[in-house]
Design a protein around this ligand. Structure first.
Ligand code: ZN
Length: 330
C-alpha cells in the first residue's frame, strides 16, 4: 500500500528527514518476539496545529512510538517494554486476565508492530493506562488526543484519485510565489487550502477535495466537513473521489469520538493545575479549541472568551485565543 505523502508535496523547505529504525522487542507479558520502530530524531519544520501537534518533515515519529505486541496486545511506549521499567502492576493484572481488546482485528502472527494501524495501538494504550492506578489524568487525556491526531496522516483513498500527487503539485506550483513567503508550515498549508477553495473550472472538484484533505491533515475538521458537504452536492463525482470523501468522514468521526472522550479528562486535569497559572491557561485554551473542533461552538466560546481578559498572558497566548474565537464564529 502506497500512501500519499502530503508533506513531500507541500513542504517548500528542504527535507530534513526524521529517523526511525526497527528494533527487536521481547514482549514482557508473553515473551513473543516482534519488531517495533524506535525513533532517533524528528523536527518541527511542518509547523504546529492548533491543538499543539507539531508536524515533522519526513514522517511523523509519534505514529510508531506506541508499540503493541501482536500476539497478546500488550501496549505501551518503548520503556514499557524494557524489563527494568515495565509496569509491574499492569503486567500482573494482565497475567490474571488479559482484558485488552483491539478496536480492529490484529493478526497475532504479525512480526512488525507498526503495521497495526496507529489509532488501534493508541486505543490499546488507553486501555493499558486505565488499568494502571498511577496514570495521571493529563496523560490519559493526551492518549485520547493522540488517537484523534493519528487521523491526520497515512491517507489511503486519495491514491484512488487520478494523478492525485501530480495534480496537487501543479496547483501548489500555481500558488508557489505567494506560499513560499510564508515561513510557518501550518499557515502555509492552510493558506494553500483557502486558495484551493477559490479554484474554478475543470479542476474545481479536485481542488476542493485536496483542500478538504489538507484541512483534515491540519486538524481543522470543521473546514474539512464543510467541503465534504459541498462535494456531496455534486451529481457526478470523478472516479475515486467518493471513496476519498468517505475516508475523510471516517477520520473526522473517529477524531471526534476520541476528542469527546479526551475533553472531560482535560477538564479534570485543569482542576488539578491550580498551582501553575501558565500551564492552566494553555490547558483552558486547549479545551476551548477542542470544543470548537467537535462543533460545540457555544461551549468553546464560553471557555475561550474569558481568556482574553487575562492580564499578562503568556507569550503568544492572546493570538492563539483570538484565532480560535474568530474560527468558532465562522
Ligand atoms: Zn505479548
Amino acid at each position: 500500500m502506497r500512501r500519499a505523502s502530503l508533506a513531500l508535496l507541500f513542504l517548500a523547505a528542504p527535507l530534513a528527514a526524521t529517523t526511525e529504525e526497527p528494533v527487536e522487542v521481547a514482549c514482557p507479558l508473553c515473551a513473543n518476539a516482534f519488531r517495533a520502530m524506535e525513533w532517533g530524531s524528528t523536527n518541527s519544520l511542518g509547523g504546529q496545529d492548533r491543538d499543539f501537534l507539531t508536524h515533522a518533515a519526513g514522517g511523523q515519529v509519534f505514529l510508531n512510538a506506541c508499540w503493541t505486541c501482536p500476539a497478546c496486545r500488550y501496549t505501551g511506549l518503548s520503556q514499557d517494554f524494557e524489563s527494568e521499567q515495565a509496569p509491574k502492576e499492569l503486567l500482573e493484572a494482565l497475567r490474571k486476565e488479559n482484558s485488552l481488546r483491539p478496536a480492529a482485528p490484529i493478526d497475532p502472527k504479525l512480526k512488525e508492530a507498526w503495521k497495526i494501524p496507529a489509532w488501534v495501538r493508541y486505543d490499546l494504550w488507553i486501555q493499558a493506562l486505565r488499568l494502571r492506578s498511577d496514570t495521571p489524568r493529563g496523560l490519559l487525556a493526551f492518549a485520547h488526543l493522540r488517537v484523534a491526531q493519528t487521523q491526520r496522516f497515512d491517507w489511503i483513498a486519495t491514491e484512488g484519485v487520478r494523478d492525485f500527487e501530480k495534480r496537487g503539485g501543479a496547483l501548489w506550483d500555481a500558488m508557489k510565489e505567494r506560499l513560499k513567503e510564508i515561513d510557518d508550515g501550518y499557515e502555509r498549508e492552510i493558506t494553500f487550502a483557502r486558495g484551493l477553495e477559490g479554484i474554478e473550472g475543470a479542476e474545481r472538484e479536485f481542488a476542493l477535495l485536496l483542500a478538504a484533505v489538507i484541512y483534515k491533515t491540519r486538524g481543522e475538521d470543521p473546514d474539512a466537513a464543510r467541503l465534504v458537504a459541498v462535494l456531496r452536492e455534486h451529481k457526478q463525482l470523478e472516479e475515486g473521489v467518493a471513496a476519498a470523501l468517505r475516508e475523510i468522514e471516517e477520520r473526522i468521526a473517529r477524531a471526534r469520538e476520541y476528542t469527546l472522550l479526551a475533553l472531560p479528562l482535560f477538564l479534570e486535569e485543569l482542576g488539578s493545575e491550580a498551582g501553575d497559572r501558565e500551564k492552566a491557561l494553555w490547558l483552558r485554551y486547549r479545551v476551548g479549541e477542542l470544543l470548537r473542533i467537535v462543533g460545540e461552538k457555544e461551549k468553546a466560546l464560553a471557555q475561550l472568551e474569558p481568556l482574553l481578559k487575562e492580564e499578562e498572558p503568556p507569550d503568544g497566548f492572546r493570538a492563539w485565543v483570538e484565532e480560535a474565537i474568530a474560527k468558532t464564529g465562522r
